[in-house]
Every structure is written in structure tokens, then in C-alpha cells.
Design a protein around this ligand. Sequence first.
Ligand SMILES: C[S@@+](CC[C@H](N)C(=O)[O-])C[C@H]1O[C@@H](n2cnc3c(N)ncnc32)[C@H](O)[C@@H]1O
Length: 392
Amino acid sequence: MIVVVGIGADGMAGLAPASRRELARATVVYGSQRQLDLLDSEITGVRRAWPTPMLPALRTLLDGADGDVHVVASGDPLLHGVGNSLIRLHGVDAVTVLPHVSSVTLACSRVGWAVQDTEIISLVTAPPHTAVRRGGQAVVLSRDGTSPAALARLLTDTDRGDSEVTVLEQLGGPRELRRSAIAREWASRPPGDVDALNVMAVRYLPDERQGATLPDDVFAHDGQLTKQAMRAVTLAALAPRPGELLWDVGAGSGSVAIEWCRSTPGARAVAFERDAERRTRITRNAAAFGVPVEVGFDAPATFATTPPPAVIFVGGGVSQPGLLEACWDRLPAGGRLVANAVTVESEAVLAQWYSRHGGELRRFQHYRGEPVGGFTGWRAAMPVTQWVVTRR
Ligand SMILES: C[S@@+](CC[C@H](N)C(=O)[O-])C[C@H]1O[C@@H](n2cnc3c(N)ncnc32)[C@H](O)[C@@H]1O
């Protein structure tokens, strides 16, 4: 059995009796050096600091073990913690977890927020822009002492400079410290001495949260944008599922990749765009919504080095020789492909692929009411042909 014991910044003094008893009977205790240093002389087991990388050591933790193996972890080991990795690797029946109060609960208690109304975001392994939101509140787990300055800058760069940021260091310990500022202030004058052990409580302002499908003008674009109505039917065809990776090929402004990521937990996207200026714009649009869109280069040249997708959207370049073949080749069995075409030539390509592989072919025509003198007439957008297929 692996016994994972959560410990706070107050060390042994804050442990519940059951956690203290577990550690007292341990013959070997694994943990980060910082956590092992919190243990006092009551703990006589051999202390082993995690090596880098940590994963192989987690995998072999029980190899040759004579009895139980103990692990110390910060706070609640099942909140972005080692407890989750150990259960994934060894199964739930092989791991016992004795949780301590999490840094999220401690942070909420300091700022008086209801935990259930607070999003939890981790920057421990994710890039800082994934903690940007259009509104609401979150406790953000920092990677290190530089995370608050990085987030304050990103919030300011994405029109969220009014956001209220509280940095909470060494929560629950003797060196606990709390400082608050408006993101804009820290963007220009960041605190230079933030402890590596910190989380942030962020209220994102102004609050402009909105569900799908977003209006066109929230994206920076140069006209290369799948318009809102077409984006809505395209998202329906893409049918996002949690954790799936989308390839958005010919991404333009990245609006489809961004909506994909917003639609379901854990969704990720790679946006392929050959134009360098548009690639920069996609990166900025993704940062404004805090979504994990990686910007790839030209398609299909970079396909081979990109992780395989669950779903591919081809929003541009259908008539480019070899592009659809290259997409099809990289699509796993059960993977979905959606391709939109506006020109007669690209529509002809889709018709051919449809007759070869089946799926569904459809055509959308949207009209918008516009003034005609003192009256209103229908202005037609270009019709869009869409092929939707699941690879067998
Ligand atoms: C890998 S996560 C683990 C979270 C942990 N399982 C928990 O329940 O708090 C590490 C993150 O928690 C933060 N953290 C952990 N203990 C903390 C404390 N006492 N005060 C402030 N931040 C803390 C770290 O700075 C980092 O962002």
C-alpha cells in the first residue's frame, strides 16, 4: 500500500492525529525536499527526495517494497498533486490518501470566497496565459515566484488590467503573507520578492463572460474569420468531447480553435496558419480567452511533428493539392473531419471525397436583413459547403 499524507506549511504542528500516526510508523518517506524538511525527529523512517524526472520513480515506487511506502505531499494530495498520479499508476486500491487542507481552501478562507463559486486553475505545468479569463473569480496555483507578475502583465495586455489580484504566500505557515493590487499596477511594477510557494486569488474585471457562440468582433481579425453563424454550425459538426485535440487547419484568426477549447473541459487545439501575421493574431486571441491553442506553422509541412488529433477542421486550403490527403492520413480510426468550402473548386474537391468516403455533405446559406432605402432586404453571405465524416 502507498500512503499519501498531506502536510501544510505549518509542518507537523498542523497534522491531524491520524496523519501523524501514519508518518510515525513509516519505514520510508518520499517527498520533495521542502516537504521532507517539515518533518521532525518523531519521524524515523528513511527520507527520500523525489528525483528529477519524478514520473519513473512514481512508477516503480512499490518495487521491492517490504510493507507500506509513505509519501508526503502539500495540502490535499488529490488537488493537482502527486496523489492523482499515484492512483493513475497503481490503482485506487493500492493508494490511501490522508488529505490536509488545500491551498485553494486556505486562499478562499483568507479572501472570504465560496469555494464552489471559485474556479481552480493550475499554472504549475501550464503556460501563464491559460489563467486569463473574461470574468469570474479563480484561485490560480502559481508555478513559482514569477507567476503573479506574468499573469498581471497578461491580464493588462488582454484588457483585464482592472482585475483584482491577491497573492497569498506560505499559506498556513509562520511566514504567511498576503498582498493585493490591481493587475495594471503589478504589470508595470511587479512585486520582486514573491515566495515560490504562492497562489493567487483573482477577480477578473470587467466581467464579460459569455457562452458560445461568440460574436465576431471579440476576435481580432483581418476578415479571415469563420463568421458567428457558420462557426455555430461548424462547432456542432466538430462535436467536441472533453480532452480532445483539434487541428484547425487554415486557422485564420483562430476563432474555431478558441471556441473548441472553450466548449468542453480539457479541450486543446493546434492552429495551422501559413501567414505569420495571422499566427501572431491567433496567439493574441487565444491569450485573451485563456485557452490552450498552440500555433503551428504551415500545413501539411508540420503535420508529422504535431501530436495526432482526435478531430480535424479544414477551414481554408481545401483546394490546395494534397492537403486533404495529408489530413486524412493523420486522422486516427474513429477521428472526425469537418471541411468547409466557399469556392466552386474547393466544393468540387469535397464532393469527390464525399463520394469516396461517405459522411455527410451539406450546404449553408445565411442571409442578413439590411436596409434597402427605407425598407429591409436580405443580403446573402457566400454559401458554404461542409463535409463531415468519421474515419472508419
Ligand atoms: C502541485 S500544486 C499542489 C497543491 C496542493 N495539493 C494543495 O492542496 O494545495 C502546488 C501549488 O500549490 C501552491 N501551494 C501549496 N501549498 C501552499 C501554501 N501553503 N501557500 C501558498 N501556496 C501553496 C504552490 O505554490 C503551487 O502553486
